[in-house]
Design a protein around this ligand. Structure first.
Ligand SMILES: [Zn+2]
Length: 244
């Protein structure tokens, strides 16, 4: 337990552990991460979510080691994930596992891929109005076609085709430049990988069906599309035919 949890507790909040969420590799063995619940002095209990949403602990009179601490009068503003990081003393790998359900190694790779293609974020939501300057179809990964364009605030966007009804959600992916067809396809595979890992559809490490070795999906040669394709076939790339 670190300084952040200590500060919050000095405001009169009390932490409790709930159901088990996951166990992550630590310096020595494993750390069991249980859900955290926090109770205020007047008896309200809030679950600390397993994401990076913001959380405010309203302040008041705080005592730190018996001394009035005015620095906490405004309360503590932090994210749910930071509370878990501090409470369980998580390293970058543990933090990544908690938030995304994949390791720091995969996080680094996916972040680098996003940077390479200029992908800043993506979300499902109501469509935004913009004048399309291009259109890509037959994209794959569950998305047939997307319009590309630019918002008034300068961001570039690729948005999936509008649904049958007006209030249907669409996929919007934001870029730092006008995305090429390849950029959009790469962004779609990144999104698929992030969702699949998060939902536990497949794991990073697997047994190769050809050589029987235990492999990490990032050990598979080739670009991100080939890595995913072979991972889904449970092939590590040792089989030359599978890689062509
Ligand atoms: Zn193999």
């Amino acid at each position: 337990m670190g300084k952040l949890v200590e500060q919050i507790e000095s405001l009169g909040y009390h932490f409790q552990e709930g159901k088990q969420l996951l166990s992550v590799a630590a310096q020595q063995g494993f750390t069991e991460i249980r859900q955290l619940l926090v109770r205020s002095m007047d008896g309200q209990t809030i679950v600390v979510k397993q994401d990076d949403s913001l959380m405010l602990f309203p302040g008041g009179i705080a005592f730190s080691k018996g001394v009035l601490d005015v620095s906490l009068a405004d309360g503590v503003r932090t994210t749910c994930a930071e509370i878990y990081r501090d409470y369980y003393n998580l390293d970058e790998n543990g933090y990544s596992m908690l938030l995304y359900n994949y390791s720091g190694r995969t996080k680094q790779y996916l972040d680098a891929e996003k940077q390479r293609i200029g992908l800043t974020d993506y979300k499902d939501g109501l469509p935004e109005g913009f004048f399309a300057v291009g259109h890509y179809d037959e994209l794959g990964y569950g998305v047939a076609e997307m319009d590309i364009g630019r918002y008034a605030d300068g961001r570039y966007v690729a948005q999936s085709a509008l649904g049958v009804t007006e209030d249907e959600h669409v996929l919007r992916m934001h870029f730092s430049h006008l995305p090429s067809r390849q950029d959009v396809m790469d962004a779609l595979v990144i999104r698929k990988l992030e969702r699949d890992f998060k939902l536990g559809r497949h794991r990073e490490v697997f047994h190769c069906g050809a050589c029987g070795e235990t492999r990490h999906w990032l050990d598979i040669p080739g670009d991100i599309h080939q890595k995913l394709r072979l991972r889904l076939q449970r092939r590590c790339g040792c089989d030359a035919e599978a890689t062509t």
